[in-house]
Design a protein around this ligand. Structure first.
Ligand code: NDP
Length: 238
């Protein structure tokens, strides 16, 4: 099977951090890459569409824009995500549902919209950016860990529903990656984290991107419903 050239790729939250590294990696291999942003515009060289994944109408409009520019989305990377950390006893319902809405329901919204055309094309690659904490749990992140664990059930159900149409759905579970999201952690927490990572360092966003481009490649056609950790060994056994 020859490599599909110049595929239409959409990366949510591809305007910065891990999503941007993923978008750049696809772009470097010759794919047509679109990224969502929430008003900051797309970085140089990438096609940007404005989209908040908590808004179904915005998701639909963004896909239509991408389809007009690059054709139907063949590779979807659901990367957009937020944290809102606090201990369970202090967490209010709005903090819980807001994180679930962005990280889990947001991934569902973009998947549902993307699979419409993937089913017609009888081809698709879906990659969810989860987290090691979705499998390990993390104090102060009940909302975030629940949303990231939810992506595993989502990917595996989609793998079962759509597997016969050459659509794969996989999960990448990064450990700690140097981005704005981890920059906000306290120095004490950062030291604690590094002490528990066998690799003894954070991942670079490019190391996460490499797993994503592999899962989207022709070589990974028989990998579906899998969780690929990119965590320096932090979550071994989970
Ligand atoms: P950043 O905080 O650097 O970037 C988050 C991205 O998500 C931004 O592009 C942001 O857009 C976008 N986003 C957030 N909410 C929405 C929304 N409602 N609609 C559309 N876009 C949204 O995070 P990272 O790059 O570090 O994280 C990327 C993904 O990787 C997340 O899902 C995160 O949970 C996961 N992850 C990160 C780890 C880490 O250590 N950094 C570890 C494990 C997983 P905007 O610029 O508009 O805010």
């Amino acid at each position: 099977m020859g490599r599909r050239m110049g595929r239409s790729v959409l990366v949510t939250g591809g305007n910065r951090g891990i999503g941007l590294a993923i978008a750049r990696a696809f772009s470097a291999q010759g794919d047509k890459v679109a990224v969502t942003h929430r008003g900051t515009a797309a970085p140089e060289g990438l096609f940007g569409v404005r989209c908040d994944v908590t808004d179904s109408a915005a998701v639909d409009a963004a896909f239509t824009e991408v389809e007009n520019a690059h054709g139907p989305v063949e590779v979807l990377v659901a990367n957009a995500g937020i944290t809102d950390d606090t201990l369970l006893m202090r967490m209010d319902e709005e903090q819980f549902t807001r994180v679930l809405d962005a990280n889990l329901t947001g991934a569902w919204r973009v998947t549902k919209r993307a699979t419409r055309n993937m089913l017609k094309a009888r081809f698709g690659r879906i990659v969810y950016i989860s987290s090691v904490v979705g499998l390990l749990g993390s104090p102060g992140q009940v909302n975030y860990a629940a949303s990231k664990a939810g992506l595993v059930g989502m990917a595996r159900s989609i793998a079962r529903e759509l597997g016969s149409r050459a659509i794969t759905a996989n999960v990448v579970a990064p450990g700690f990656v140097a981005t704005d999201m981890t920059e906000s952690l306290t120095e004490d927490r950062k030291k604690q984290i590094l002490a528990s990572v066998p690799a003894g360092r954070y991942a670079t966003p490019e190391e996460v991107a490499a797993a994503v481009t592999f899962l989207a490649s022709d070589s990974a056609a028989y990998i579906t419903g899998a969780i690929i950790p990119v965590d320096g060994g932090l979550g071994m056994g989970h």
